[in-house]
Write a protein that binds this ligand. Structure first.
Ligand code: NAD
Length: 500
């Protein structure tokens, strides 16, 4: 057994796991097990739901400004603890410290958005909708809600969810990834320190058993999920079948379309960072560059090569490293398998990152950057998400063909176009069949007060994460039609009321 063991965080207390089942948490830079995490049973999950259920009415009854004060305090605690949390995140995930700070910061920005909850929850009002009749609507919380999150953003994605849900007056059960639960547990502790009553935010660690318990629990009213598409679809189908509101974000294959008139110097910088940053383990990683015209492709590759050569792969705490190891040895094998598959399918391997080894850290889960050219739409390695530091280049003759590649792909999370032509970019943004579009912006993740969500197999359900859509997801609307007695009795009516 490792020295550090993560249990759960329920009703404001650290709770040891009782299932006897544990998962290993690696330090991917060292390739060593550094801690264990307890896997919850359905009974342990239920214990957390009961804590959340007990806390919910009083939390919802607190006026929104007082709920916002907890958010303000939480935000400042996140800032105070940024360095310590970023180190923990890097040690469990493998992303470099600066990127871990970005992960926490993007979550913190959702908390900043949630600080505005008194304004965001205001309903609508119509005076005089009929004779003496006024109508108003209010947004009420759902009750207990749950979030299930992936390994690749252990700070940001939990905060996308619980930041908004809790500010709306719900209480929350978070089931983070079992691969890097340290930061999610810390978020639970800091939220309590910020003044949240016990049971408002609970963290339950686990795997499929805990997820399945969430999906059928009668007291959980809504489930937010982010992870791979097959699991997202399963979560959506199972959760909605048991009557829950579900939003389930899945995998991605994000195309960057390069037009001949693009500012090539800037485009190369943008593509390098977006393709290889965080070892490509981002759902908004730019994993395919589609070049319009062979000249564009040749020019792009020529400029990418020295930049790839200059990439520094290092341990997560190396301040000079551009990216660190991937999450597990198994995931590195999967990425290597996709590189081989691309070659077998006829792609041209220009840079091969397999076999990369970091001196002094030979057991770490490192993989060098890879670049493939002549990738075509029939290839399985193109259809699938690789989720590693691998950039695939495709060539088309027209912008229309390039757009169709992104539009027809099974995933539709993000897409970027690089051009100086405003009209072409505008038309592309209007017509492309993808949820988030960047125009000369390689990673178009919307800011916290807009909403995040892809299309097609990148998201199941209709409502996106955070921003106005987040408020809609975590509340239900009640509409009141009122008339106060004016001393005049109106006739009975057997006809549906209209405004005739
Ligand atoms: P994953 O699907 O393996 O795990 C996500 C969550 O599901 C975890 O909490 C895990 O415990 C749980 N889970 C895993 N297998 C399960 C099963 N069989 N039944 C029930 N629950 C199960 O995803 P991951 O590897 O942690 O994360 C990477 C994936 O997430 C990538 O596909 C990436 O694109 C995607 N992602 C998507 C977004 C988005 O917003 N669209 C954001 C980040 C990551």
């Amino acid at each position: 057994m490792a020295d550090v063991q993560y249990g759960h965080f329920v009703a404001g207390q650290a709770v040891a796991g009782t299932s006897g089942r544990f998962g290993d948490i690696f330090n991917p830079s060292l390739g060593e097990v550094q801690a264990q995490v307890a896997m919850a049973t359905a009974a342990e999950l239920d214990h957390a739901v009961q804590a959340a259920q007990t806390a919910q009415p009083a939390w919802a009854a607190l006026n929104p400004q007082r709920r916002a004060r907890v958010m303000f305090k939480f935000k400042s605690l996140l800032e105070d603890n940024m360095d310590e949390m970023a180190k923990l995140l890097s040690e469990q995930h493998g992303k470099v410290i600066a990127d871990s700070k970005g992960d926490i910061q993007r979550g913190l920005e959702v908390i900043e958005f949630a600080c505005g909850i008194p304004h965001l929850l205001k309903g609508e009002y119509t005076e005089g909708a009929g004779p003496g009749i006024d109508i108003y609507s209010m947004r009420q919380p759902l009750g207990v809600v749950a979030g299930i999150t992936p390994f690749n953003f252990p700070a940001m994605i939990p905060m996308w969810m619980f930041g908004v849900a809790i500010a709306c007056g719900n209480t929350f059960v978070l089931k983070p990834s079992e691969k890097d639960p340290g930061v999610p547990i810390r978020l639970g502790e800091l939220f309590m320190e910020a003044g949240a009553p016990e049971g408002v935010l609970n963290v339950v660690n686990g795997d499929k058993e805990a997820v399945d318990a969430i999906l059928v629990h009668p007291d959980i009213k809504a489930v937010s999920f982010v992870g791979s598409s097959a699991i997202a679809q399963y979560v959506y189908a199972t959760g909605t079948a048991s009557g829950k509101r579900v939003q389930a974000m899945g995998g991605a294959k994000n195309h960057g379309i390069v037009l001949p008139d693009a500012d090539m110097d800037q485009t190369v910088q943008d593509i390098i960072g977006a393709a290889y940053g965080s070892a490509g383990e981002r759902c908004m990683a730019l994993s395919v560059a589609v070049c319009v015209g062979d000249k564009t492709a040749d020019a792009l590759i020529e400029r990418l090569l020295p930049e790839i050569d200059a990439l520094r792969v290092g341990i997560a705490t190396d301040p000079e490293a551009h990216y660190g190891p991937v999450i597990t040895a198994a995931h590195r094998e999967k990425i290597s398998g996709y590189i081989q598959m691309s070659v077998d399918e006829g792609a041209k391997l220009i840079v091969d990152g397999r076999g990369f080894s970091l001196q002094g850290y030979e057991d770490g889960f490192f993989i060098g950057p890879s670049l493939l050219d002549n990738v075509t739409p029939e290839m399985q390695s193109y259809k699938d998400e690789i989720f590693g530091p691998v950039l695939q280049i495709m060539r088309t003759q027209t912008v229309e063909q390039a757009m169709n590649l992104a539009s027809n792909h099974q995933y539709g999370n993000g897409v970027a176009i690089f051009t100086r032509n405003g009209q072409a970019a505008r038309e592309f943004a209007q017509r492309v069949n993808v949820g988030m579009v960047g125009i000369n912006v390689p990673i178009p993740v919307p800011v916290a007060y807009h909403s995040f969500g892809g299309w097609k197999r990148s998201a199941f359900g209709d409502v996106n994460q955070h921003g106005p859509e987040g408020i809609r997801f975590y509340t239900k609307v009640k509409t009141v039609t009122q008339r106060w007695p004016a001393g005049v009795v109106t006739d009975q009516s057997f006809v549906i009321p209209t405004m005739q």
